[in-house]
Ligand binder design. Structure first.
Ligand code: FES
Length: 125
């Protein structure tokens, strides 16, 4: 695991995502309702479209394309998975894939994201 500096805490707006490119991967940084910062994949698992325009409210991220919702703390799919009875939710298959999350640490106001392997040079947007 290698931690790479990707932004400063002051860069992350409340209620919106902050896109970063880390080692060639599109990620997003978001705040939950308690001001914690999380790093998640920047592409929605539904149709692999960018989450750059997503909105975040009380720890729930909503994709701007088809309005799927994810818990920013765990990446869990909340919509559509939680609106169907369990026996029907099992049939949703790929529509309920979670959003991948990455470990985050803050050092002197600098946000660092843990990448599973050497990821190259991060680029600020
Ligand atoms: S691409 Fe995100 S909900 Fe469809």
């Amino acid at each position: 695991m290698q931690y790479l500096a990707v932004a400063y805490t002051r860069d992350i707006p409340a209620g919106r995502v902050y896109p970063v490119l880390v080692g060639g991967r599109e990620l997003i940084l978001v705040r939950d309702g308690q001001d914690n910062v999380y790093a998640l994949d920047g592409l929605c698992p539904h149709r692999h479209l960018p989450l750059a325009g997503a909105e975040v409210w009380k720890g729930v991220l909503e994709c701007p394309w088809h309005h799927f919702q994810y818990d920013v703390r765990t990446g869990e799919n909340l919509y559509p998975r939680r609106v169907y009875p369990a026996q029907l939710a099992a049939r949703l298959g790929d529509h309920v894939r979670p959003l991948r999350i990455y470990p985050v640490r803050t050092v002197d106001e600098q946000i660092q994201v843990g990448m599973p392997e050497a990821g190259g040079t991060p680029r600020f947007p």
